[in-house]
Structure formats: structure tokens, C-alpha cells
Design a protein around this ligand. Structure first.
Ligand code: PBG
Length: 326
């Protein structure tokens, strides 16, 4: 055969394959989402997320020893509040000294090198289970911004390094940024959930936080999965309003959106490999339907290949074990 171009030559051995590998994945790319709840000695597995737990602070600190020993350098911390603490204003989110804020401070104390990201949205604290203030079954935009500003200031005071607004209200990045700056927190970063879609893949997360909306859905604020150009507009606004990093969420059904933002913005792009994407791989692996480890690494690599620099993923620990060569 007269075949002068033989791409297989570049795949003939492991050394050569590694030599020509275009995309890399490292433990420092990961942000590990973790769930904290009140109490002591609690470690409760999230039913729809095998291997993922809600911890009380004491157990969380122990877990973090393991997490940081694996080389993971960033976490995203979410609180689980009991129904009795929730109200329509999410007032628990900006009270001082809540267990969530205390947990941030305690983690910062014990692991000063670890980057702590916090979530800015009303849903874990809201009796309506929505990310914004509800009036007559409508989500109010501008009134929500004031709550978000108070919430994020409290998180910054507690020691958050990165604020992650996940609410999708209009104008929130600018509003949060100027409030942080006014209060002297010019060093606190914002990773904006820029293109956050109204997705079915958040189901297990809402189990973890017991935060599902009490009525309706999130379609008046989260994006329509059919839209791509709108993601550019959302990202443009967040960029102009001062976001340091732009995030796409979920990741797998939205690899084209990750690529789009990567090509259009010169700040780092992140992707959230969400709870439902984790659950899918885990469930199939538990059934013996696919090789869970290989699927996990392929998923993570594809997100990097699409153009995300960092990945929020529940796989962080497991993938770190593999990347560290076990
Ligand atoms: C809420 C929030 C959600 C997630 C992160 N922050 C859920 C939602 O919007 O309903 C989902 C994360 C995941 O599914 O892993 N503001």
C-alpha cells in the first residue's frame, strides 16, 4: 500500500502517545464541591451521589486533610440548612456566625493554602427553594441583588477567596463586585456562573441540599438549553461587570458553550461537571455497564479539551488518585 500519511504512527507506544497528547489534566485544575451541615459527627451519603457526603464541620475538617493530601487546592462549599431555618428572604444567608460562615473561617484557619469558593444564591436558605426573592410566584430581580450583596459580603468577611454567584439574576456580578469593593474586599474573586442552563442534571444536588423549588421551575432565570448566542450575551455582561472567571454549567451537554466562551473571552473559563453527570457515570458503573474510572477520566479530559481551564467536579478525589499514579 502506498499510504504516506499514517496517523497511527503517532499512537504506536505509550511514550509516543503521551508525547503528542494535546490536552492535559492536572489535580490543580479541580475545584471539589463539598456539602456542610450543622451538628457534630455527621457524615451522610447523598443517596443519588454515591461516594459524596454531607459533613458536619468536625468531619469536614478531617475529610479536608485527605482532600488536600491528594493535592486538591480548591473547594466549593455549599450549606445544607434545615427547613426550620429557611424563610422567603433567605435571612440566614447574611446573618453573622452561622454554621456555614463559621465553617469557612475554620477551614481557612486550618488550611490557609486551600482556595475556598462559596455559593451565592438564595436557594439553600429560601423557603420557596428559588434562587431569588419570590412575590406572587414571580422571581424579583433587583430585590434579590440586595440579598446577594449582603450574603456575599458575609462570605467574604468569613474568609471566602472566590464568590460563585449561581443565581442568574441580571446585574448581579456588578452589584456584588461594587459592594465587595466598597467594603474593602477588592481581593475577593468572582467566578460567575455565566451560562447556567435550566437543566435536568441538577437533581441529585437538590437532594443533597434539600433545596428543590417548592413551585414551578427555574426557567425565568436559568437559560434555555436550546440557546447558544445568548450565552455570549450573558458572558459579555459578566465580563463587563467584573467577573474574574466565567463558568459554564452543566458541562457535558454544553461542551460547545465552553468552547464558545473560550474563544471569545481572555479570562479563565471554568465548567461545572454537575451532580447529574456524576450520578450518570456512577450508576452505569455500579451496574457494570461501563468502566467507571475510564469514563470519569474521559469526561474530565473532554471538558478540558473543550476549553475549560478548571473543572468543578465531584470526581476530584477519585481522579486525583489516578493522576497521582495511585
Ligand atoms: C443553586 C445551585 C445549583 C447547583 C449549584 N448551585 C442547583 C440549581 O440551580 O438548582 C447545581 C450543582 C450540581 O448539580 O452539581 N444556586
Amino acid at each position: 500500500m502506498n499510504i504516506s500519511r499514517r496517523p497511527r504512527r503517532n499512537r504506536k507506544s505509550s511514550a509516543i502517545r503521551d508525547l503528542v497528547q494535546e490536552t492535559t489534566l492536572q489535580v490543580s485544575d479541580f475545584i471539589f464541591p463539598m456539602f456542610v451541615q450543622e451538628g457534630t459527627n455527621q457524615k451522610i451519603e447523598v443517596k443519588s451521589m454515591p461516594g459524596i457526603y454531607r459533613f458536619s464541620l468536625d468531619n469536614l475538617l478531617e475529610e479536608l486533610k485527605e482532600v488536600t493530601d491528594l493535592g486538591i487546592r480548591a473547594i466549593d462549599l455549599f450549606p445544607n440548612y434545615g427547613e426550620s431555618k429557611k424563610d422567603r428572604f433567605a435571612s440566614e444567608s447574611y446573618k453573622e456566625d452561622t454554621f456555614y460562615l463559621k465553617a469557612i473561617t475554620a477551614i481557612k484557619d486550618k488550611f490557609p493554602e486551600l482556595a475556598i469558593m462559596t455559593d451565592a444564591a438564595m436557594d439553600p436558605y429560601s423557603s420557596d427553594g428559588h434562587d431569588g426573592l419570590v412575590e406572587n410566584e414571580k422571581i424579583l430581580n433587583d430585590a434579590t441583588l440586595e440579598i446577594l450583596a449582603k450574603m456575599t459580603l458575609a462570605q467574604a468577611k468569613a474568609g471566602a477567596d472566590i464568590i460563585g454567584p449561581s443565581d442568574m439574576m441580571d446585574g448581579r456580578i456588578g452589584y456584588i463586585r461594587s459592594n465587595l469593593d466598597l467594603n474593602g474586599f477588592t481581593d475577593v474573586s468572582i467566578m460567575s456562573y455565566s451560562a447556567k442552563y435550566a437543566s435536568a442534571f441538577y437533581g441529585p444536588f437538590r437532594d443533597a441540599l434539600e433545596s428543590a423549588p417548592k413551585f414551578g421551575d427555574k426557567k425565568t432565570y436559568q437559560m434555555n438549553p436550546a440557546n447558544k448566542r445568548e450565552a455570549l450575551l450573558e458572558a459579555q455582561l459578566d465580563f463587563q461587570e467584573g467577573a474574574d472567571m466565567l463558568m459554564v454549567k452543566p458541562a457535558l451537554s454544553y461542551l460547545d458553550i465552553i468552547r464558545l466562551l473560550h474563544e471569545n473571552f481572555d479570562i479563565p473559563i471554568a465548567a461545572y461537571n454537575v451532580s447529574g453527570e456524576y450520578a450518570m457515570v456512577k450508576a452505569a458503573a455500579q451496574n457494570g455497564w461501563l468502566d467507571g474510572e475510564r469514563a470519569m477520566m474521559e469526561v474530565l479530559m473532554s471538558i478540558r479539551r473543550a476549553g475549560a481551564k478548571c473543572i468543578l467536579t465531584y470526581f476530584a478525589k477519585e481522579a486525583a488518585v489516578i493522576l497521582n499514579g495511585r
